[in-house]
Structures are given as C-alpha cells and as structure tokens.
Ligand binder design. Sequence first.
Ligand SMILES: *Cc1c(COP(=O)(O)O)cnc(C)c1O
Length: 484
Amino acid sequence: MNKDLLLFEKSRPGRRTLRLGELDVPAARLDALPAGSLRETPPKLPEIGELELVRHFVRLSKKNVSIADSFYPLGSCTMKYNPLLNESAAAIEGFRDIHPLQDPGRLQGALAIMKRLEETLAAITGLEAVTLHPAAGAQGELAALLVAHKHFARMGQSQRTKVLIPDSAHGTNPASASLAGLTALEVKSGPDGLVDLADLESKLGADTAVFMITNPSTLGLFETNIARISELVHAAGGLVYMDGANMNAIMGIARPVDFGVDMMHLNLHKTFSTPHGGGGPGAGPICVTAELEPYLPAPRIVENDSGLHLDYDIPHSIGMLRGFAGNFGVLLRAYCYLRRLGAEGIQRVAENAVLNANYLRVKLRDAYHVPFDSICMHEFVCNNRNQREQGVHTLDIAKRLIDMGHHPMTIYFPLVVNEAMMIEPTETEAKETLDAFIEDMLQVAREAEENPERLHAAPCTTPVGRLDEGRAVREPILRYNFSD
Ligand SMILES: *Cc1c(COP(=O)(O)O)cnc(C)c1O
C-alpha cells in the first residue's frame, strides 16, 4: 500500500478501532433537535483499523523535525527544550477541564497561578503592571501600541503617531505599528550594529509616540546606549517600548525598568519554555509602568472580599483583543518553569544562553564571516561572505545542515546583514551537541571550497528535496488530489 495515502483514502467501509457497546440509557429523541439541524447523510469520516491508524501517525511524526530529535539553532525563535514537568502540570484535570465562565469560586487556583505569574514577570522586568491577555509576541506589541495611543489621546497628545524603530528590529515591530494605525519610521544602525544616536535624535519630536527597540537586537547585540536612548525619548515626550522576545539573554541580570523601558512584551513560548514549533498556542504578556496600567486590555485579574475574579469592566482599557484572559495552558507551563528554576535558576539560564552563543561564535568565526564580531548575547549572526566566491549561498549551507541532522539556523534575516545566518543555540544544549554542530559547520565550509556542487544538491535525505522556491510562490499547489 502506498505509505503516503491520506486516512480518507485508506478508509474501508466497516473498519473500526473500537466498537461501542449496547446503549444502556434512553436514546436521544432526534425530533427534539431544531428542524434543519439534522444532517441527511452520515459524515464522511475515515473508517480504519487501529494498527493502520497508529502506523499512519507514527510515519507522519517521523517526517517532522523537533527539538526532541535534533539540534534546532533557529535564531530569534529560542527553540529551547521545554521540560516535561510543565506538560504534566498542564495535563492536571483540575486545570485542564476548567472554563473562564465558571463560577470564580471554583477557579481560585487557576486565577492565583495567573496572578502569581503576573507578579513574577513584574519582578523580572521591574515594571509594575502585567497582563497575560495577548496570545503571541506580536499581539503583545499591538496591545502595547494601542495602550500608548490611548494614553496619549487621554493626555491630549493625539498628534503623537510616529513609532521609531531601528533597522535591526524584529519584523513584527513595524507591522504592529502599522496595525495599530501608527506610522513606523526607521532609525539607522551605526557600523557597530547599535542604534545611531544622531539619526535617532534627528527623528525625535512632538509627533513621537513610541521608540520601539528589540533589545538584545536581532543581531544578538545588547544596546549599550539604551539608558541614554531612553532619556532622549522621554525628553521628547515619547515612551520606550522594548521587544522582550530576547529576554532569555538578560533575565535575572538586568531589569528593563532600570534602563528606562516603559512597556515591553515577553514571549512565554520562547523564553519561558512552552513548545511552539507548530506555531502556537503562545502567550505574549505585556508589562507596563503603573502610569499605563489603566489602559491594559480587559479582563484584569482583581481581588476583592470573595477572592480573585476576572474584571471585564475596566473604564480606560483598550478592550479585549481575544477571548477571555489568555492561553491558560501556556501560562501554567511558564509558571511551572519559573517556580522550578527560581531567581537563581533564571539568571543561570541567561548566563548559559549567552555562553553557548559565544562559544559557537568564536569557534565558527574563522570559517564564516561574523560582521559584528563582539561579545554577543543569546545569538549571533554570520554570513556566507567567505563562501560566496565558490557560488555557495546561505541557502545551500542551511540545506546541507539538514542532511547532517540539524535543523538549520534562521536565514536571510536580519535584513541588515547580507545573506544572514542567525544562530541561537539556547542554554539547554550540552557542550557535546554544540561541538558536533561546530564540526558539521566546519565540514560544510570545507565542502564549499572543495565540492560546492554537493551543497547545491542538498538536502538529499529528506522526503522532499530542494524545491524551486520561486515557482512554489508563483504557482503554489494548494490542493491535494484525492484518489477516490
Ligand atoms: C518571535 C519574536 C517576535 C514575535 O513573537 P510571536 O510570538 O511569534 O508573535 C517579536 N520579536 C522578536 C525579537 C521575536 O524573536
């Protein structure tokens, strides 16, 4: 049998994995249902035996790549290991089977965990107020920009509509500014990869709403002038927003509030260990100063005489961005992770994330050009400058790594580096894994010299080989042709 058929194609009438016993309760009266709600034909669900079913999904899972089977240095995405303990906590019935519309009296445990998570994130960032509402980092950015906009409107400063964003920022930053109805304005980086202060000063003014900085940046650099930058932005009447998706490099070591940050988001699904390879669910809490708290999205978790509850009636709030209070399963995992590590553990995470990235940077910098070659944070960026003469592109290097059993690094991003390769090992990898990756990267560099054709042909071990990516975009095949 063709191994790649769909379950629907493998279906044979009458096949079952399970047969239900005789009904021992009265059958529902079908005529009690509203007219028109009964289907005329049975649903076309696959009918299949258990063994075929198990093989089908195991086969599919083997085509997947995850942190559970390979090194995954996908820069900016923080593909760290997510402890299994978090998963067992998220599966506890009392947490798994609750609903936000239940009587708050029966939700006290869950609400207490959310409240404590808010307090822990406030302690890590130094910012007073936290909302767990946003479902992703990008939604956190949007929420915070709406908060800023509302704040300025209430202060009679609606003319503040410009969001200044360095060119080394994450791509979601300008997108969020635009979605919030504000105007993104690019600030240049200097030759050291840091914000060009003169360019920033020339763009600050009475129309400045927010200076939005990814710190550490997508180049893996900590913005050493950040305190001075915050002073300049505040003097111009603007707010400082920090994209804190890279907080894994500095948590427990530096508090954003101490270098002038007014608002920021955190990516619980990156820094605080929730699986996110499949694109979600995630959580992008935002942390803000007390001054900005009244505008945070509803609901807020508040305490009164009868305990904790979700308050949807927040007079100056920007409102709701999604259903209910947040992705609770993700929040629970983050809480579990933080409790397990404690303050000291959080600091060690950051130290090891930085140590691992610098280890790779120093071991690889002779083979691969590192344009901003100074001590990096949790990630660093190199490129193919040394391989270009052989006609080897960053894409070839990334594809060859797949044959060697590694997930490739992030490629062609950030845009400020030509043909970038952005490498983030995370703190959860052992030295042996890093050494194996280094060895393979050096092997690829040798192949680029001696046998570049080999790189152009990669990958050779995957179910699908090298695609014509241009054609895939222009003539995408989006439908599967059923064989039935
Ligand atoms: C991942 C990331 C984002 C976006 O977060 P999502 O949860 O994917 O929306 C924003 N900024 C930086 C620096 C990131 O790494």
